[in-house]
Ligand binder design. Structure first.
Ligand SMILES: NC(=O)c1ccc[n+]([C@@H]2O[C@H](COP(=O)([O-])OP(=O)(O)OC[C@H]3O[C@@H](n4cnc5c(N)ncnc54)[C@H](OP(=O)(O)O)[C@@H]3O)[C@@H](O)[C@H]2O)c1
Length: 229
């Protein structure tokens, strides 16, 4: 019998992270899904997939919290580590009017913390495994048109930090993906977004699968097309 593959999804209480956990469970994977506070949706999934879902509590903005998760997972091997957690604040604002703490919170949660989580948890992923982080189409400096400029800046910073990570961890032979899921109707994306969760996430999972065993860093959309940095 082939061994069940395992994915850890950080930030899976709702929205795209929840959908990633659900999609991988439906594909027969073992899923470790993290929340900050209990999630009714995930608890329901636990009933649907007994034994395949493990729910953990983690705040990625806290190094201590991520380290505690690491120690609880000692001995586990992850085929995929997917860091999804993110926030959007002050989306219509520019630096002149925005609350500084909104920008700093986004830089902490969207840029610094995901890469720190990759550093802290990366050795649970064997060579040939994948570390994926949810960025955004808005993180592309080349394509930027000024929308959601503070949030976009945090995703551009995430992309830059992952460039650093990739060059420092080349010998680990991981597939490293910065994932742009499209504009999706979640609490963050809002009701005007162009895609449903079901139109985005299965393609994201297909794309992660298509990149399996291909080491190096790519900034890609759900169709597996490379995006300009
Ligand atoms: N929706 C879009 O159109 C879109 C487009 C491009 C990129 N993205 C990116 O996709 C990811 C998911 O977005 P979404 O639309 O699903 O947003 P969402 O519905 O607001 O969900 C955000 C998720 O991140 C978690 N999270 C936030 N801060 C966290 C922290 N400090 N530690 C751990 N978990 C944390 C939330 O947990 P709680 O329930 O505890 O708050 C929630 O599970 C984000 O990185 C976002 O930037 C979204």
């Amino acid at each position: 019998m082939t061994q069940q593959s395992t994915v850890l999804v950080l930030g899976a209480s709702r929205g795209l992270g929840f959908a990633l956990a659900k999609e991988w469970l439906e594909r027969g994977w073992r899923v470790i899904a993290t929340v900050r506070t209990p999630s009714r949706e995930l608890a329901d999934l636990d009933v649907r997939f007994p034994g395949s879902l493990k729910i953990e509590t983690v705040d990625i903005a806290s190094a201590e919290s991520v380290r505690a998760l690491k120690s609880r997972l000692t001995g586990r091997q992850l085929n995929v580590l997917f860091i999804n957690a993110g926030i959007a604040r002050a989306i219509e604002q520019s630096p002149e009017v925005a609350d500084e703490s909104d920008f700093l919170d986004m830089m902490l949660v969207n840029a610094f913390s995901p890469v720190r989580a990759a550093e802290l948890l990366g050795d649970l992923v064997p060579a040939g495994g994948t570390i994926a982080i949810m960025t955004s189409e808005l993180g592309s400096i080349q394509n930027a048109k000024g929308a959601w400029q503070l949030y976009s800046s945090s995703k551009a910073a995430l992309n830059m930090l992952m460039k650093g990570y990739a060059s420092q961890h080349e010998e680990e032979r991981h597939t490293l993906l910065l994932v742009a899921p499209g504009w999706v109707r979640t609490e963050m994306g809002g009701s005007d977004a162009s895609l449903s969760v079901e139109e985005s996430i299965p393609l994201v999972v297909d794309m992660v699968e298509a990149n399996r065993g291909k080491p190096g860093l790519r900034y890609v959309d759900r169709f597996n097309a490379s995006l300009p940095w």
